[in-house]
Design a protein around this ligand. Structure first.
Ligand code: ZN
Length: 141
């Protein structure tokens, strides 16, 4: 069971993350509920509940991430650390497909994170197509 996040800390982390999931970049306003405060290093692995170890994630990404900290990049067969949205730049490791519905991993970290967190499963890709149609996605192009 994850520790309770004090409201002020949740507010700070939400602002740091610009109210978007750090992995799939889904905006909080399209998910119809609060996002999860994700422990970058999971609680079960000793990760503290401090601003430095927290970021915002949607429920899907948080659930698929679970207690994982690394995953295998299929292209190189190498185990790499999952993307860290607080310390790493999203656009270095990921890009949107030309139609804007899928996330492409650009690096070993990006590719491993796309697979581990199932960033392109059919349900989310279908939702993104609707959000794009409405002009709600991607939040920053
Ligand atoms: Zn997400």
């Amino acid at each position: 069971m994850n520790p309770k996040i004090p409201p002020e800390l949740r507010r700070q982390v939400s602002q740091d993350a610009q109210y978007r999931c750090g992995y799939c970049r889904t905006s909080q306003r399209v998910v119809g509920g609060p996002m999860v405060v994700d422990h970058l290093i999971p609680v079960s692995r000793g990760g503290p509940t401090t601003r430095e170890n927290l970021w915002l994630a949607c429920r899907r990404c948080n659930e698929f991430k679970g207690a994982r900290t690394e995953a295998v990049d299929e292209q190189t067969g190498e185990a790499v650390k999952l993307f860290n949205p607080r310390t790493q730049s999203w656009s270095v490791h990921f890009a949107w497909s030309s139609d804007g519905t899928e996330i492409i991993g650009l690096t070993a970290i990006g590719r491993a994170t796309v697979l581990a967190l199932r960033l392109n499963n059919p349900e989310i890709v279908a939702a993104r197509a609707l959000w794009l149609h409405a002009g709600w996605h991607p939040a920053d192009g």
